[in-house]
Design a protein. Structure first.
Length: 290
């Protein structure tokens, strides 16, 4: 299904502290954000496609080798959050440099690429306490070299600092990752709906790796993020609007029964995100902040 969870193994976590809301007034205009389609999402089971325009901020990270962009196989996913910033997982940026990454922003089909924009990278930022040995604070930001053109592309709606999802809440993850563990990749963007888990129950599956700054979701057979989905977004529907709540981080294989995937909790890092996106021409959209 989706490309991403850095295959299981054991991704360490680094103490992530909930952050307090910034009091600095931001006078920039609000970025164009949210879905541009009223399509009902399909559940990604066996490669079902997301509706075109449902996630117009979905992005994928492409490697550059010997000056050539490898446009056929994204190595990670991401989510556009301003005209110049894409949110992803820190482990996607480890050992990378700006000149080695091009971002395909707002695309739908990896075959025709008519919805996306290929943009080079200016800088890469990983959360300061990120540890590659553990997947604590597995969140990062790609700063684009040039701003995105807002045609059919939009930015995601970010969560308020205090967003905390209750167990059983239905969330959706999107990406271009593998359709099954070891299987093929889709041509068009996929999405699947999953239930949020209680973190204590999740910790029993992953031992000591689960922290309050993580979200566990899934556990239903053959419904999950998968290899290549790392860095892609997890969204929850609030008042008929999709709000970005998580970033694909790690898991155990893909789609195993009673085993959830693990996502970085975006609301735990809002102060850092807002600070890192001050170079954008527009301010990030935050749910409830008009």
């Amino acid at each position: 299904m989706l490309p991403a969870i850095c295959i299981l193994l054991v991704f360490p976590y680094v103490c992530a502290m909930l952050q307090t809301e910034s009091r600095i007034e931001d006078t920039r205009k609000r970025c164009p954000c949210g879905s541009i389609s009223n399509s009902v999402q399909s559940r990604v089971v066996g490669g079902h496609a997301a509706g075109r325009g449902l996630f117009p901020y979905a992005s994928d990270l492409l490697g550059v080798y010997r000056g050539e962009v490898n446009a056929d196989v994204p190595f990670c996913g991401g989510t556009l959050i301003t005209d110049r910033h894409v949110l992803t997982a820190a482990h996607c940026l480890r050992n990378e440099s700006p000149e080695r990454i091009v971002v395909d922003v707002g695309d739908y089909s990896l075959h025709d690429r008519r919805d996306g924009q290929f943009i080079r990278t200016r800088s890469l930022s990983m959360f300061p306490e990120y540890s590659s040995r553990k997947f604590h604070t597995d969140i990062g930001i790609v700063e684009l070299a040039t701003p995105v053109r807002f045609n059919s592309t939009r930015t995601a709606v970010l969560p308020p600092h205090d967003l905390d999802l209750q167990p059983g809440t239905r969330v959706s993850v999107y990406g271009w990752g593998r359709l099954t563990y070891g299987g093929g990749r889709p041509d068009v963007l996929q999405d699947v709906t999953l239930p949020v888990w209680n973190n204590d129950e999740c910790q029993r599956k992953f031992h000591s790796f689960i922290e309050p700054s993580m979200i566990c979701a899934g556990g239903e057979p053959d419904k999950d993020a998968c290899l290549g989905d790392s860095g892609s977004g997890l969204v929850v529907r609030l008042d008929n609007e999709y709000v970005l709540c998580g970033v694909v981080s790690f898991g155990r294989k893909c789609g195993l029964p009673h085993v959830p995937g693990v996502y970085t909790k975006v609301s735990s890092y809002m102060d850092w995100i807002l600070e890192k996106t001050r170079t954008a021409n527009c301010r990030p959209c935050i749910y409830g902040d008009e």
